[in-house]
Design a protein around this ligand. Sequence first.
Ligand SMILES: [Fe+2]
Ligand SMILES: [Fe+2]
Length: 259
Amino acid sequence: MTYGILFLGDVVGEPGRKVVKEGLPRLQDIHQPLFTIVNGENSAAGIGITPKIADEFFSWNIDVITLGNHSFNKREIGPYLDAKAEIVRPINYSARLPGHGHCRLEKDGVSLAVFNLSGRVEMDPVYDDPFAAFDQFDQETDTPHRFVDFHAEATSEKIAMGWHGNGRATAIVGTHTHVTTADERILPGGTAYITDVGMCGPRDSVLGMDRELILRRFRGALPERFEVASTPGVISGVYISVEKETGRAISISRIRFGD
Ligand SMILES: [Fe+2]
Ligand SMILES: [Fe+2]
């Protein structure tokens, strides 16, 4: 017996929300995932998430929202992160910050732990050791069904985390760079891995942002506020098939929708 996990990468702004709202029912129809997880760290105008947007995600049949380095950019999200179990921010932030880094879902006899971690390479210097945080999660989690969103910049750190958690997680998938990598695979211990799933956001952009603004900046213009591009969105994600009895991943495939 198997079940599926559908995971979509960083949803960027209004174009990202729109394409997910329109495309997710079709993806769920095609793949029939038991669990749908979405990274929402860029969903509010490209930076952060609001309670209203999070509620909207949950109304679209999304089970868990994961976050990243933009978890707290919209300050009003703090109490929501404390109150709502199914939204997780990187666990290796300071414990003084609002929210929590993992949650548990029960469906169809499967108890799935969802865990959000941030990398440290080329990231703000505010995170504890993600490898140690993973070890603690491993020791404290009493289900073999474990999904990890590792939100990190460096490919090397993400690949290293894949090997670190090999055989100790159902899936370790990368987010944050907004660019999909072509290295999805099942590691020898039965862990589904990809360095980055990519984003759900405007395709004709620079990582979701208005390309003209970014180009001007690269070409020496004075700093301006970056804005989310208004071009049509694409969905990027992965579908992971998992053995129900053991929590071992059987397959991982990339999903691209809306191109
Ligand atoms: Fe992001
Ligand atoms: Fe990020």
